[in-house]
Design a protein around this ligand. Structure first.
Ligand code: SF4
Length: 451
């Protein structure tokens, strides 16, 4: 399990000013949080049939490991950005923190109290201190209600103030989010997308929360409107002392709003650092690939951009060790072979090309030239590569009875089992602290390159 040491000294850094000390109070701490979903339901859930096995019917449950051992803390008054490709578990994490989803394991300490253990009235009371803003401002507002009623709804649910008090507070909040309080009796359809998200903000703030989970709150808005809503959120944070967990897939939005940034991949946090440190000195290969994928305004620069290759693996059966290893361009050489740097980078590129079948079959000499400049790695590694080439080459010596499909499969299995599966990346879950270049905040990277 991913365990990040978070002593007080590490959280604050070596030197802190008094202002930083005030902000450094931990408001929320997530420790070993997991959220698994069962994959299917119904009468035959968990029953699998394999006619090659005896007995052919077995019982067992597959779990989608949406969030799998996540640790981080959020300090009072800060914005922690949470970024990653869609499907990486960001929204599930946000909803689990709020207990909209039941955690499978782990703790969610909010002001020192573990939300994961609360239920009933005590959980309901805590919920007023934590609010959530969703992506789609259209569907999250009831079209039959006026915006006044919408903003007052959470106050009514928590028995806050009397009718006049709620109306006065709703109007005050509408003004704070940049809407005309005279529009209190209008319905959501009379407002634009950006204005509806402002109504959502006012509603979330009506019960005086300390902490707001913002799940892609500006993704559905035009870019020009996004900046306006983000600026309103920053103003509200300053005025009401709010703390945000801000979930987004868009790195430019994350860069705008965050103080620190956590990068998520396949249910794990793979890098966490101060915003400037993360954007200027990214260390995890996944973070680097995400940053290189940001669209650039000048099309002539496009050739220099990296591309995230391959599919995100299934969260039902995620890769062992480092979750990113099946797509990582920096996979570490197995210790067993004593490969030189050039030998390993050639072997790794060949293995990836075979796995993804990115080249047409050619002669053995042509494959050697194309991927190794004519010289195979020395020793045992070279013999394995030679054998893989022999499966693929058009002038191979192997059994001609094998069809092309199975020869590619054999070469792929041989290379993956001999190299990828022998790497430390496949055996140990990485967790390392890195010396930051920008500032003194801790910089965490889940990558064995820093061992
Ligand atoms: S641990 Fe290995 S596979 Fe994972 S990101 Fe680092 S180098 Fe890549």
């Amino acid at each position: 399990m991913e365990v990040i040491p978070m002593s007080e000294g590490e959280q604050l850094g070596a030197e802190t000013t008094s202002t930083e000390s005030v902000r450094a109070e931990t408001l929320l701490e997530v420790d070993g949080l997991k959220k698994y979903f069962t994959q299917d339901s119904g009468l035959f859930a968990g029953v699998s049939i394999d006619t090659d096995e005896f007995p052919p019917v077995s019982l067992g449950q597959d779990y989608v490991k949406a969030v799998d051992g996540v640790n981080f803390e959020i300090r009072r008054g800060e914005t922690l950005g949470l970024v990653g490709e869609s499907g990486c578990g960001k929204s599930t994490l946000g909803r689990t923190i709020l207990r909209l989803l039941e955690p499978t394991d782990g703790s969610i300490y909010f002001k020192g109290e573990d939300l994961a253990t609360l239920s009933g009235e005590s959980l309901r009371k805590k919920r007023s201190e934590i609010q959530m803003i969703f992506q789609d401002p259209q569907s999250s507002l009831d079209p039959r209600m006026t915006i006044g009623q919408i903003v007052e709804e959470p106050m009514r649910a928590h028995d806050m103030l009397d009718r006049e008090g709620r109306e006065a507070r709703a109007k005050m909040l509408l003004e704070k989010v940049g809407l005309d309080p005279h529009h209190y009796n209008r319905h959501p359809h009379a407002f634009s997308g950006g204005q509806r998200q402002r109504v959502n903000l006012a509603r979330a703030l009506s019960v005086e929360p300390d902490f707001v989970v913002c799940d892609e709150p500006v993704s559905a808005l035009d870019v020009s409107v996004q900046a306006q809503v983000l600026n309103v959120m920053e103003d509200l944070q300053e005025e009401f002392g709010l703390t945000y967990l801000f979930i987004a897939h868009d790195l430019s939005v994350i860069r705008h709003i965050s103080d620190r940034v956590a990068v998520m991949y396949l249910g794990n946090v793979v890098e966490l650092a101060d915003k400037e440190e993360l954007f200027e000195n990214p260390q995890h290969p996944y973070t680097k690939a995400l940053l290189e994928s940001i669209p650039v305004p000048d099309p002539r620069d496009r050739g220099a951009r990296g591309v995230l290759e391959g599919e995100v693996p299934s969260p039902v059966d995620p890769p062992s060790g480092c979750r990113f290893r099946t797509r990582c361009p920096d996979l570490i050489a197995p210790d067993a072979y004593e490969l030189g740097g050039g030998e390993w980078s050639h072997t790794r590129a060949f293995m990836r090309a075979v796995k993804r079948r990115t080249f047409e079959a050619m002669t053995a000499a042509e494959i050697r030239e194309e991927f190794f400049g004519g010289d195979l790695p020395h020793g045992e590694a070279g013999k394995i590569v030679e054998e893989a080439i022999d499966h693929l080459a058009t002038d191979r010596n192997g059994d001609d009875a094998d069809d092309e499909e199975s020869r590619w499969d054999e070469a792929t299995d041989l290379l993956l089992e001999s190299f990828a599966e022998q790497s430390i990346c496949a055996h140990e879950r990485p967790e390392y602290e890195i010396e930051p270049v920008y500032g003194t905040e801790r910089h965490y990277a889940a990558c064995h390159l820093y061992r």
